[in-house]
Write a protein that binds this ligand. Structure first.
Ligand SMILES: Nc1ncnc2c1ncn2[C@@H]1O[C@H](COP(=O)(O)OP(=O)(O)O)[C@@H](O)[C@H]1O
Ligand SMILES: O=C(O)C1=C[C@@H](OP(=O)(O)O)[C@@H](O)[C@H](O)C1
Ligand SMILES: [Mg+2]
Length: 176
């Protein structure tokens, strides 16, 4: 039987899951999926529109369904999740049952800088908030979500986690 690793990136919104995931998949020659992009394709609506028109509860159930479908693919891939994905509907256990979860633990100051540049409009959780409110929101989210992120099989921290760093951690994990 061949081993098909499924690498699943998790972490706070803005920590770099989508950016890093794409790069790592390319370097490893694995398929790449972005959970949010797959949700958008399934629903035919952008993420902020799904939140606005159908509500967060609907989004979370759709997120779980699309996650389950992706995790059942029998090939190696890198999957970048959305920041909330591991924290609803037993998703973190699902991820750990079939994949290698990697928590990108980037500090909130760094995330704030990235989000406030140009990234708020894509993320309904932060729309309409000023900088102070975004800080509070990030702190509250991390307080709720840390317990889920902590279940990751691999944890990487730093302001700027590189593709090389992630690949080297994965190689050590595969060897262990
Ligand atoms: N290592 C990095 N250094 C600087 N900016 C980054 C880095 N990784 C991601 N970014 C930027 O931060 C923003 C959020 O990144 P993204 O990959 O969308 O995060 P996530 O998918 O975790 O929400 C984007 O503008 C992206 O270009
Ligand atoms: O943290 C969250 O709850 C969310 C994060 C987003 O993904 P990113 O983590 O890629 O921003 C996206 O799934 C949605 O807007 C909800
Ligand atoms: Mg993303």
């Amino acid at each position: 039987m061949t081993y098909s690793p499924k690498i699943v990136l998790i972490g706070m919104p803005g920590c770099g899951k989508s950016t890093l995931g794409k790069q790592v998949a390319k370097q490893l020659n694995f398929d790449f999926y972005d959970l949010d992009e797959e949700i958008v394709k399934t629903e035919g609506l952008e993420i902020p529109k799904i939140f606005l028109n159908k509500g967060e509860g609907y989004f979370r159930n759709l997120e779980t369904k699309v996650l389950q479908d992706l995790l059942s693919i029998d090939r190696s891939f890198v999957l970048s999740t959305g920041g909330g994905a591991p924290c609803f509907n037993d998703n973190m256990d699902l991820i750990n049952d079939s994949g290698i979860s990697v928590f990108l633990d980037v500090n909130l100051d760094q995330i704030l800088q990235r989000l406030t540049k140009n990234e708020v409009e894509k993320r309904p959780m932060f729309q309409g908030l000023d900088t102070g409110e975004i800080i509070l929101k990030l702190q509250n989210l991390l307080a709720e979500r840390g317990v889920f992120y902590d279940k990751a099989k691999i944890k990487l921290s730093g302001d700027d986690i590189s593709t090389e760093h992630l690949i080297s951690e994965l190689m050590s994990y595969f060897k262990s």
